[in-house]
Design a protein around this ligand. Structure first.
Ligand SMILES: [Zn+2]
Length: 50
């Protein structure tokens, strides 16, 4: 079972990336460093469930 979610910039709250995740294999929410075009920098992006 896969769930779609968005990665949201922790700084500006823009939703920059879409991904999916196997909830059975990876039950934890993802937190990754990604480039945010709004912040113009690498920031922490957190998963937000749709
Ligand atoms: Zn940002």
């Amino acid at each position: 079972m896969r769930a779609k979610f968005v990665y949201r910039c922790n700084e500006c709250k823009h939703e920059n990336y879409i991904g999916d995740r196997n909830k059975t294999k990876n039950p934890d929410k993802m937190e990754v460093q990604k480039y945010c075009s709004n912040c113009n920098a690498k920031t922490l992006h957190k998963e937000k469930s749709k």
